[in-house]
Design a protein around this ligand. Structure first.
Ligand code: ZN
Length: 401
């Protein structure tokens, strides 16, 4: 038993030895061949950039010197070109021209173009303002000479000699002017006696210029057969008051700035040519073709001058007292009469007519003049004015009726 027990212990020890040796071998193997479990990173590995992978490039290229006859020729040509550009004067603009030349350019333009050109820069504006009188005079004499003689400018009150002031502002004189307030209030702003001379010539001149602007204002309606709004008698709508004030302001401006006066004449020429063309198109059915008023041609319209108005045509003795007259008004050209010699004669040319009227005012209204002398002067001057005043009052009364 003891022997078997000892064998069992031996076998047990032996098995222990084997087991222990196996364990040692496994440990040795584990140490030699370690199993590495790859750890998957949640972050993706960033791909290295090209700059990180590659070495930085160093540019060692150089311009190769060219040596050939063709290259030399090209280089010489380029050199000459650069030198020529360096020696050339700087780019010239219109404002570099002498002022005399620019003024001459202004003189040949239409008034609307003069305004446009003067708005391009300060230099042009200054030039226009400095030479406005000369430019306007040239434009009027070249383009609107007939209209200038039909529509003289009124004289401002401050330019009337002081000796006539009391006569012009007298109550009697203002009573005579009241007729305007009743007759023209719908399409003409009443003249202010402390602003504009109220001699007969200047009153007509003021009314005519205000009328031209108002007539031009309604050309769109007339051309498109749209009725002009009628104003019930005794009413004064706001839109009409504003229009009259605006028209009057332009006339006041024209009295100070000759270019604005020329602009009014230019506008009226446009009104006349447009109306004559319109009348020639709107013929009655079956009516024979008639030559246009003043034999106006298309070339006359394109020329932009009023020379054709010197041809024979109807006189304009009647002042348009109401906007109703605009529908049948083909060309309004007052203050002239066609003579037997085949020419138009103009009788309101400034300043003579204005001066004659002032003399009449003084002789009839200024109390400082002795009665006998006043009567004699009044009788002499009245011959010239009686006819005009009677016609004027008669027409005004007809309108009121
Ligand atoms: Zn006057």
């Amino acid at each position: 038993m003891e022997e078997s027990t000892s064998r069992a212990e031996e076998s047990h020890d032996a098995s222990n030895v084997i087991n222990n040796s196996d364990i040692n071998v496994a440990a040795a193997l584990r140490a030699q061949y370690a199993i590495v479990t790859p750890q998957i990173s949640r972050r993706r590995h960033k791909k290295p950039t090209r700059e990180e992978v590659e070495e930085p490039l160093i540019d060692n290229t150089k311009v190769l010197p060219l040596h050939s006859k063709k290259t030399e020729r090209l280089q010489k040509r380029q050199h000459r070109k650069i030198q020529k550009a360096a020696n050339a004067p700087a780019d010239l603009t219109l404002t570099d021209l002498p002022s005399e030349t620019l003024t001459e350019v202004f003189r040949w333009l239409r008034v609307a173009d003069v305004f446009r050109m003067s708005r391009t820069c300060h230099t042009m504006m200054d030039l226009m303002l400095h030479h406005e009188k000369v430019i306007s005079k040239d434009i009027i004499s070249r383009r609107y000479w007939t209209l200038y003689r039909c529509f003289p400018l009124p004289v401002s009150f401050q330019n009337v000699p002081e000796e006539f002031h009391s006569g012009l502002l007298s109550e009697k004189r203002q009573e005579l002017l009241n007729i305007h307030r009743k007759s023209y209030h719908q399409h003409i702003q009443m003249i202010d006696p402390r602003e504009v001379c109220t001699c007969m010539t200047c009153v007509f001149a003021w009314n005519n210029l205000c009328l031209l602007i108002d007539l031009h204002h309604w050309q769109h309606n007339l051309a498109n057969r749209e009725p002009i709004p009628m104003i019930p008698r005794g009413t004064h709508p706001e839109w009409n008051q504003e229009l009259l004030m605006k028209n009057a302001e332009i006339v006041r401006l024209a009295m100070r700035r000759p270019l604005y006066y020329a602009a009014i004449l230019e506008q009226h020429l446009s009104t006349i040519t447009g109306t004559i063309l319109r009348f020639s198109k709107w013929k009655k059915k079956g009516a024979k073709a008639q030559p246009r008023l003043y034999n106006m041609t298309d070339q006359d319209v394109d020329a932009g001058t009023d020379e054709f108005l010197e041809s024979k045509g109807p006189p304009s003795y009647d002042f348009p007292y109401h906007r109703d007259n605009y529908y049948s008004l083909e060309a309004y050209l007052p203050n002239r009469k066609f003579g037997a010699d085949g020419r138009w004669h103009y009788y309101a040319l400034p300043p003579t007519q204005h001066e004659r009227d002032l003399e009449w005012v003084r002789s009839t209204l200024v109390s400082a003049v002795p009665p006998e002398q006043r009567r004699a002067q009044a009788m002499a001057n009245l011959k010239d004015h009686n006819v005009r005043w009677s016609q004027y009052l008669e027409r005004a009364q007809q309108t009121q009726a």
